[in-house]
Design a protein around this ligand. Structure first.
Ligand SMILES: *Cc1c(COP(=O)(O)O)cnc(C)c1O
Length: 399
């Protein structure tokens, strides 16, 4: 869930673009044109998988930059459409959920500091966004809703097409939803980074206007991502200096990374049905084994509507960081909360939003599986983990 190894066929597809095919895709000579062709072929591949037009795909830095451009870009574009009067800016309203990745949450916090109104939707005990609260939160001034496709910490899959339907009057005519005040529709963004390997990325079915992806979560290289922007969506750039990527992400295209990312997405889709079945089977074996063998353990996230690759738990009376270190010493990599926040000891905002008390949230561990995970590895975890938890719990009692 924190990252994936680059697939061998991706390494192979990227190889020529570091050396002999090193051209700048904006150069007019044949080396440049060769790079341009590779970038545009990658764009067509990605567009095919997302079921959109190639012009609607922006290649960008990572999921973080993609989330930032989507949210800041739309908020600022709408703001400039309606004029910069302070009273209007104060009325502009944006909605997100309490369990977003920090690349989304912190962007909304920033917009709040700039005078925008933001609603953070609550979730139920499984981490599912409350659709009734969404309906209640929508005002005449709402212009953007951002809800993640699936949660990266607990694996819960969000009802994204229902979120879109609530925001789009043409698909749900009975609801009182239209951003009437500013004459725009309510744009829907999703951070799909955690969902990319295993869920359907068809933006028409999902009904979203913007979708963010990062290559290294689906077998591609680090440092490159995607932002889908539906035609007609107002969006302002965050950085300036060139016409690249429709001026939305200026700077020389990372040709090898873009080629590798498209290849990885394509390779993943080809084997998706099989890998979903295999990984889900292993995940369920891990979940059942952990719950059977270790008392006072809770599975976090939705029991069924969850990503195939995530098994997350709270172990009462054991401390997450301590579990991690012990597991690492035995050759097992896991995470406590999310990798990005495990540097500080604050309990995960996702678990807190799901109503898990802070002291229990400290005992949270996320295991993620990959397409390369084997049954022997699951057996090994099931052998080591009960001992580790038992040791830590008895230490805790001794103190
Ligand atoms: C990993 C992840 C991100 C951030 O990805 P970066 O590559 O670090 O930019 C954002 N959102 C979700 C849901 C993620 O899983």
């Amino acid at each position: 869930a924190a990252t994936t190894p680059v697939l061998p066929e991706v390494v192979e597809a990227m190889a020529p673009f570091w050396t002999e095919k090193f051209g700048n895709a904006s150069s007019l000579h044949s080396w440049g044109r060769e790079a341009r062709v590779a970038v545009e072929e990658a764009r067509e591949k990605v567009a095919g998988i997302l079921n959109c037009e190639p012009e609607e795909i922006v290649f960008i830095g990572t999921t973080t930059t993609s989330d930032n451009l989507a949210i800041l870009g739309v908020a600022r574009a709408v703001q400039s459409q309606i004029g910069n009067q302070k009273d209007k800016r104060e009325k502009l309203h944006l909605i997100t959920s309490q369990i977003e990745h920090h690349s989304v949450l912190d962007t909304f916090k920033y917009l709040e500091s700039q005078g925008f109104n933001v609603t953070y939707l609550p979730v139920d005990k499984y981490g599912v966004v409350n659709l009734e609260e969404l309906e209640k939160a929508i005002r005449l001034e709402t212009v953007l809703v951002s809800v993640m496709y699936a949660n990266n910490e607990v694996g819960t899959i969000e009802p994204l097409s229902e979120v879109s339907a609530k925001c789009n009057p043409s698909t749900s005519p009975g609801t009182r939803v239209q951003s009437a005040r500013f004459g725009t529709k309510i744009y829907v963004h999703t951070d799909a980074a955690a969902a990319a390997e295993y869920l359907d990325l068809d933006v028409q079915k999902l009904g979203v206007d913007l979708l963010s992806l990062g290559s290294h979560k689906f077998g591609g290289p680090k440092g490159v991502g995607i932002l889908y922007v539906r035609k007609g969506t107002p969006i302002s750039p965050l950085t300036f200096g060139g016409h690249h990527e429709r001026s939305l992400w200026p700077g020389t295209e990372a040709v090898p990374l873009i080629v590798g990312m498209a290849k990885a997405l394509e390779a993943g889709i080809k084997n998706q049905v099989l890998s979903i079945k295999r990984v889900t089977g292993l995940r369920d074996k891990l979940i059942k084994g952990v719950l059977d063998k270790i008392p006072d353990t809770v599975l976090t996230g939705h029991p069924e509507k969850r990503l195939p690759d995530i098994a997350s738990f709270v172990f009462k009376g054991a401390e997450g960081e301590a579990i991690l270190l012990r597991l690492d010493a035995e050759g097992i990599a896991a995470s406590s909360g999310s990798a990005c926040t495990s540097g500080d000891l604050k309990p995960s905002h996702v678990l807190l939003s799901m109503g898990i008390p802070a002291e229990e949230a400290h005992g949270s561990i996320r295991f993620s599986l990959g397409r390369g995970t084997t049954e022997e590895e699951i057996d090994y975890v099931l052998e080591v983990l009960p001992r580790v938890i038992n040791d830590l719990r008895s230490l805790g009692k001794g103190i």
